[in-house]
Write a protein that binds this ligand. Sequence first.
Ligand SMILES: O=C(O)CCC(=O)C(=O)O
Length: 272
Amino acid sequence: MVFHDIDYNTIDEKQKLTVFKDISEGNCSGYVIRNFFDSALLDKLRDIFYQYPHEYFVPYDGFESLPRPFNFIFKTEQSDWKREADYIYTQLEKKGISEVFQSRMKKLVGNTELFFSSPQQAHSFSKSWSSLRRLQPEKGYFEVHCGRLFQDANKTFYNFFRNVANVDMQMVFLMIVDRPEDTVSDIDIYSANWNEVNEKVDAEYLKDRNGNVLALKDMEVERIQLNEGDILFFDEGNCWHAVPRFSGNKARMSFGGFVTQYREKDKVQFWV
Ligand SMILES: O=C(O)CCC(=O)C(=O)O
């Protein structure tokens, strides 16, 4: 697996980075862009999370997300999810984060057009272009998964989106806002790709299309380390990945969202 590792401050216009094109065409596995956000911007993200009334958070075990993940909306009140999406969208605008994020992104994507989901969007399930997630020490983690695993469970959404977008190319951006102490890996990305490996047996085993059971512990894995403010891009839909449990006192906060390619145009949509 090849992950390009570049400091944002060293990128000059002549470099013409094409992050999403490279990932979607399989020219690399992903990009880590160091220092994409500085500490002042990270503080603003923390404020957004902590200023949201705590009693509104749905208490999942060791995990909170603002807004809650879109695949939970059918199980909960739509109005709660909409309030969360509206809150984060408005705050990101107000604090100037959307503007900075978009202008910095432009430096990474060549001619690819960027489209950001918003609460005003009439014809979509998605009402926010990003979410803030917090995992608690010892308890919080994300078991091995990949985006395509969830397409069947969210057929209505994906069939709708499929009309305009190549939903099988669902990339992701992931920034670490608060990094726990002593973390070995911020995210483990396995060499298993949905094209060959399309079944999850349990938290430790996957199954390929020939029926072979594969142990994660024997698989090639990229253990990505991100500092606060670094951002990672990869093909979340097809590459199996996991966020391991961690210890200590500090919670892990991440800021991220999906980035889906359009069909007809060199365009991507940021959404959650
Ligand atoms: O670290 C996170 O916030 C979640 C990353 C992840 O597993 C995903 O985006 O699919």
